[in-house]
Design a protein around this ligand. Structure first.
Ligand code: ATP
Ligand code: MG
Length: 405
């Protein structure tokens, strides 16, 4: 819902970026701006970006303002966006635009006008209360003229008209859309993201991206132990995550079949645990090659026998690279809700065939020493050779229109 003629997106990012030291703040703002520019350019959105007081103004056209707002809201580091129209900082201009906006958007229910004024008395011969009173009257009259019964509710209005008045210009807007939040992507060092093609792993990777870490997605092909379409599904989900990046990912697809065969020969009881340790070995090797400083997985305590608190102790011990588990304490329905919000849920639920790696009686409280003893002696070499044979695929971020699904 925009004021008529809105042609600028107001981007707020103060949140955490705003509380950093000046030099860190500058670096973060620079990165955010660069990511934003790249993401908009990819969608063929031609804009000019202006920075002012911990905010950005993205100037575009009324035709493209919604698309610009949608792309901008996906940029990590952005806390919220509003489509605004810029006018002269006079009471007349503000009143006129509020009336025009009311004619377009006020159909029923209650309303309020909220105003903020920056500057001193020489800049404007009126206060923010004057704007609210006069602006409120303009909305009221415009509504009455359109045969709507207006009602003011300052506590919990159905529709809020907002005005920001600065020394050289004023802005009017009605909506505030939440942004992705977090820190600009690229302001932290990268991590390897283990992507299974399920619901959890893309959500986990997204959380690390939200905190500024670029990710190197890794899918381990399970050979005869996996479903036929697992790889395609993992790629499709990862592709979905590219909509949050300026330039997509290089995804690693690692042929893990030989390692799994070997593990299955040694043990049934500890099969899952050894598989998880094997995947972490693979992830660690890829981290070394790509300069990544951590590994992220979609594990959640107790979700599966290989994810009990005791199992995590056993799997974690295989690497000294930190393993980040942002979903550790979330319930499945909370993860599913988040997957829906970020747009990865649909792909995650595509049927990818059965998974035959499911022992009858898996260990839930495994002793680390026993698991280590059971591990095939050549597992390190198998992991290294799987990584050597890995395929690297470029997953490009989507271009024009693909985002607006
Ligand atoms: P997800 O957790 O992604 O929904 P899942 O629940 O089927 O899938 P789990 O068995 O719970 O997967 O595995 C836990 C974590 O291990 C996953 O979140 C993912 O990070 C990693 N993982 C599992 N399978 C693979 C795989 N084939 N390739 C890469 N990573 C994997
Ligand atoms: Mg899972």
């Amino acid at each position: 819902m925009n004021p008529p003629g809105a042609d600028t997106v107001l981007v707020r990012f103060s949140g955490e970026v705003g509380v950093k030291s000046r030099s860190v703040q500058h670096r973060m703002e620079r990165q955010l701006r660069q990511n934003l520019k790249q993401m908009l350019a990819r969608h063929d959105l031609d804009v000019s970006i202006e920075a002012e007081h911990a905010r950005l103004y993205v100037h575009t056209t009324p035709e493209e303002v919604d698309a610009v707002a949608e792309v901008t809201a996906r940029v990590f580091g952005v806390t919220s966006v509003s489509s605004v129209r810029e006018i002269d900082p006079t009471l007349d201009a503000i009143r006129d635009l509020l009336a025009e906006t009311a004619r377009e958007h006020y159909e029923s229910g209650t309303f309020a006008v909220r105003a903020r004024r920056a500057g001193n008395e020489e800049d404007h011969p009126f206060s923010s209360t004057d704007i609210e009173r006069e602006g409120g009257a303009a909305v009221f009259e415009a509504a009455q003229a359109s045969d709507i019964e207006p009602e003011v509710d300052l506590d919990d209005p159905d529709l809020t008209f907002r005005v920001e008045c600065r020394p050289e210009r004023a802005f009017v807007y009605v909506g505030i859309q939440s942004g992705a939040g977090g820190l600009p992507l690229g302001t932290q060092q990268p991590v390897v993201a283990l992507m299974s093609g399920g619901i959890d792993s893309p959500v986990a990777a997204w959380h690390l991206m939200k905190r500024g870490c670029p990710v190197v997605p890794v899918y381990v092909n399970l050979g005869r132990f996996g479903g036929v379409d697992h790889r395609a599904r993992a790629e499709e989900i990862t592709q979905q995550l590219t909509t949050y990046t300026p330039d997509g990912f290089t995804m690693w697809v690692v042929p893990g079949g030989d390692g799994l065969e070997q593990i299955a020969e040694e043990t049934e009881r500890y099969q899952m645990l050894l598989t998880r340790r094997y995947m972490l070995r693979i992830a660690e090797l890829i981290a070394e090659q790509t300069g990544a400083v951590g590994i992220v997985t979609g594990e959640s305590i107790g979700q599966k026998s290989s994810q009990t608190s005791a199992a995590i102790r056993v799997t974690d011990a295989v690497t000294d690279c930190p393993v980040h588990r942002p979903l550790l304490t979330l319930d499945k329905h909370e993860i599913t809700d988040r997957a829906r919000e970020i747009g990865t849920y649909e792909e995650s639920t595509i049927d990818a065939g059965c998974n035959r790696l499911a022992p009858e009686n898996p260990a839930t409280r495994p002793p680390l020493a026993t698991v280590r003893e059971t591990e095939p002696t050549n597992i390190k070499r198998l992991a290294a050779s799987a990584v050597e044979q890995a395929e690297q695929c470029n997953l490009e971020a989507p271009g024009d229109n693909q985002l607006l699904q």
